[in-house]
Design a protein around this ligand. Structure first.
Ligand SMILES: Cc1cc2nc3c(=O)[nH]c(=O)nc-3n(C[C@H](O)[C@H](O)[C@H](O)COP(=O)(O)OP(=O)(O)OC[C@H]3O[C@@H](n4cnc5c(N)ncnc54)[C@H](O)[C@@H]3O)c2cc1C
Ligand code: SF4
Length: 510
């Protein structure tokens, strides 16, 4: 008997190892309680994962595959993958196990030990879940000291003929249309675009059963399991993609960097939880977006902006993970070591922009990119927070968090912990950025324009203190060396005051 082991984040619509049922083939899926307890993963993330797995297995059964399924409820704490597989091997005389290359480095590298322990071979097969295979990315990256997302993106656009015109040039004559995108909050208020309502919790018997299991077995994990709002099936995922293309894509570009109180999603797609489970493929997201442009349903600035996220950033981040692991997890270029304040898990901080983002993460297991990068990421970067603690926080809080996507985004993109392997500068911003792109400042107890006194926005001193602290590292950086020069022109008294204010503020954070 052969066992095809389907991992929870590999729920592919066309699974390469499952062409047709056969009497000597079993398809197994495992909900592992110890794995779910590895970190305090958000309850909605666990609910999505296990609900999607249960649906996937039920669909395979309908297609006449002989399935084995180990649900959470049968799994006393301490029962791990190897114990469950071992039982199945004995019960069903399994002689070999096959699975797709796991997406997580540790899982991938644990398989040979697992095979020895189980006493049967485990064969892995290339996964079509990403557009760029790991080896292709590695050969593109070979010999390069730094990697630029832009070159990777342009190469893929050209080679795969995505948004390329009849003459082989980028559609619209340019590779990006950022001048039409990334509009400010003021422009948003003026345009007053109609934002689709936030989706209600998913009503589905499987989700309801899983949510009960999750809240019982993982009571101390953040969030509320029964508030899951993201679809859990292939059909639901396809409808979600269709709705995004029809109702939001046209507005995606202009408002992709805007932050609005009470609008957790705006015109973002929330496709990442589905893509990362395999319920949607990157190819179909890109094809649908390009078709909307060609059919005149969405403008090029929005379509290019969206395709850049998936073809550009997502594939790039995935490639970097496999290039740089396992050392990547240990990087700490800026020698940051501050412990996270408790408010990171309850949102009780007076910084309105930060508390709104954290409440979004607690309530929905989701923040859009700018909140992740320019609000929370910016705060953790400027405050010198320990990369391992920050990585843990992000991994625990988000519905779409998986090791391959978190490690490079947190360590490389927000914390500059890799010394700039792919980010050309740290994404550091002061209060002016938050005030321009969002409307949190108007209801904050701090004043973004004040630089001194008890009402001064903390981002002011944190920002300049960061450049003072790392002046030697960034003085020659062509993109931010100017900030170091400005810092150096400040009088010693002013520098001292900024440092003291920043440290006082950071030390008060509990
Ligand atoms: C610190 C930090 C942590 C992040 N953690 C995650 C994570 O755990 N899981 C995750 O999927 N994405 C993560 N991202 C990337 C990005 O923020 C999310 O993919 C996006 O916010 C998900 O929401 P969306 O689907 O509405 O995105 P949209 O704004 O609609 O973008 C479309 C898609 O582009 C892809 N994408 C865009 N940027 C990135 C990126 N930097 N890396 C990978 N994919 C990208 C996603 O698949 C996303 O669904 C992180 C970014 C940062 C800065
Ligand atoms: S004033 Fe400062 S802390 Fe308050 S919302 Fe604005 S940027 Fe954030």
């Amino acid at each position: 008997m052969r066992l095809i082991w389907i991992l929870g984040d590999q729920l592919l619509p066309t699974h390469p190892l499952l062409s047709s049922p056969s009497p000597d083939l079993l398809v197994g899926m495992i909900e592992s309680t110890p794995r779910g307890s590895h970190l305090r993963y958000h309850q909605q993330k666990l609910t999505l994962l296990y609900s999607a797995m249960r649906h996937y297995s039920a669909d395979l059964k309908k297609k006449k595959f002989h399935t084995l399924y180990h649900p959470l409820t049968d799994s006393p704490f301490g029962t791990d993958y190897s114990a469950i597989l071992s039982n199945w091997i004995q019960e069903h005389q399994i002689r070999e196990i096959h699975l797709l290359d796991p997406n997580e480095y540790d899982m991938f590298h644990s398989l040979s030990a697992l095979s020895k322990k189980l006493g049967i071979p485990i064969h892995t097969h290339p996964s079509p879940q990403f557009l760029v295979p790991r080896k292709e990315f590695a050969s593109w990256a070979a010999g390069k000291k730094h990697l630029l997302m832009e070159s990777h993106y342009r190469r893929l656009r050209t080679e795969r003929n995505i948004l390329i015109d009849a003459k082989g040039k980028p559609e619209g004559g340019d590779w990006n249309f950022d001048d039409q995108n990334r509009k400010t909050y003021r422009e948003f208020a003026k345009a007053n675009p109609s934002v689709p309502p936030f989706p209600p919790p998913i009503q589905d018997p499987i989700v309801q059963a899983v949510a009960k299991d999750v809240s019982r077995l993982f009571p101390n994990h953040p969030g509320k399991a029964d508030q899951l709002w993201v679809p859990v099936t292939r059909a639901g995922a396809l409808q979600w993609l269709k709705d995004f293309i029809q109702k939001k894509l046209a507005h995606f570009g202009p408002w992709e960097d805007t932050m609005v109180e009470g609008q957790a999603v705006l015109f973002h797609s929330v496709l990442s939880p589905l893509l990362n489970l395999g319920l949607l493929t990157p190819q179909e997201c890109i094809e649908n977006a390009e078709k909307a442009y060609r059919d005149g349903k969405a403008p090029l600035n929005s379509v290019e902006g969206f395709i850049r996220q998936i073809l550009g950033w997502r594939e790039f981040i995935h490639g970097i993970y496999w290039l740089k692991m396992p050392e990547y997890r240990e990087v700490n270029f800026l020698k940051a070591d501050r412990a996270l304040p408790r408010w990171a898990y309850n949102g009780e901080t007076e910084m309105r922009c930060v508390s709104q983002a954290i409440h979004g993460a607690i309530d929905y297991a989701y923040n859009h990119h700018i909140q992740r990068l320019m609000v929370l990421g910016n705060y953790f970067l400027l405050g010198g927070y320990d990369p391992k603690a920050v990585l843990r926080w992000y991994t625990e809080m988000y519905i779409d968090a998986y090791d391959w996507v978190m490690v490079p985004n947190v360590l490389g993109m927000i914390l500059f912990s890799d010394g700039g392997f792919f980010a050309t500068k740290p994404y550091a911003a002061g209060a002016a950025y938050q005030d321009k792109m969002g409307n949190h400042c108007s209801s904050c107890r701090f004043d973004p324009k004040k630089k001194e006194g008890p009402d001064a926005c903390p981002f002011h001193s944190l920002y300049w203190n960061f450049f003072g602290q790392h002046a030697k590292l960034f003085g020659k950086n062509p993109r931010i060396g100017m900030m170091v020069k400005i810092w150096e022109k400040k009088s010693s008294a002013e520098q001292m005051e900024i440092r003291q204010n920043a440290l006082r503020f950071l030390n008060q954070q509990k």
